[in-house]
Design a protein around this ligand. Structure first.
Ligand code: HEM
Length: 198
């Protein structure tokens, strides 16, 4: 593991952005060949947002196991948020055609949209404060507390995913199980307060 950590220390962090662009290319390519390209973009960006949010939460338990990816966590979280923004933007534009008379009622009427929106609004302050100036301004302790919002936000994201489908597929249950295992591991190691603003 030490050898791997040494190699990783030499990898520039901006590589996360380069690799993070690849799923966007895949989603565009799949949408181009899809019967319903709008849904393909909406589902593809949503799916990658969930995957990358969970991957970001994996950085800490992997460190407990000896693999240090901490240097890449900020970039990974920002790439995850970029997919959330693309997902939200695709709903607003290509799906709803910016028809605000339809969008605004949907934001409060459809429960899966309310839950998705709550996840988005929780992630927004995290993305905005993912810089060194914010860490200095807030202080490390307050900044860390704020960034624990990543846990409830990811839970809401997975709940949103579960609410979208009419049946629970193996895929959505797998993400829910991985997230549950991650939360249990964190509570087991650091106590329940490690998941909340406390
Ligand atoms: C953290 C935020 C979010 C995440 C991670 C997320 C993720 C997902 C996922 C994984 C899917 C299902 C993809 C599939 O079935 O393969 C989905 C579907 C969808 N999401 Fe989100 N979402 C988020 C926020 C939002 C927001 C803010 C909105 C709109 C305000 C939204 C609107 C939708 C819509 C319209 C669908 C498709 C429903 C359908 O099948 O017709 N999502 N989302």
């Amino acid at each position: 593991m030490d050898r791997l950590n040494q190699v990783l220390r030499r990898v520039p962090v901006w590589w996360v952005y380069v690799v993070g662009l690849l799923p966007a290319g895949l989603v565009a390519w799949q949408a181009a060949g899809a019967i319903d390209p709008v849904k393909a973009v909406e589902w593809g960006t949503g799916l990658w947002a969930v995957r990358l949010l969970i991957a970001t939460l994996f950085v800490t338990p992997l460190r407990w196991a000896g693999l240090n990816l901490l240097r890449f966590r900020r970039q990974l979280g920002l790439v995850a948020f970029a997919y959330v923004v693309l997902h939200f933007a695709s709903w607003l534009t290509i799906d709803m055609g910016l028809r605000w008379s339809q969008i605004l009622p949907d934001l409060v009427k459809r429960w899966y949209i309310v839950v998705g929106m709550a996840a988005f609004l929780m992630l927004l302050p995290l993305a905005l404060t993912s810089n060194n100036a914010s860490i200095r301004r807030l202080g490390a302790q307050r900044w860390n507390r704020l960034h624990r919002l990543a846990y409830p936000a990811t839970v809401l994201a997975v709940v949103h995913f579960m609410m979208v489908g009419k049946v629970y597929t193996a895929e959505v249950l797998t993400y829910a199980a991985i997230l549950a295992a991650l939360l249990v591991a964190r509570v087991w190691r650091n106590g329940p307060r490690s998941l909340v603003w406390a």
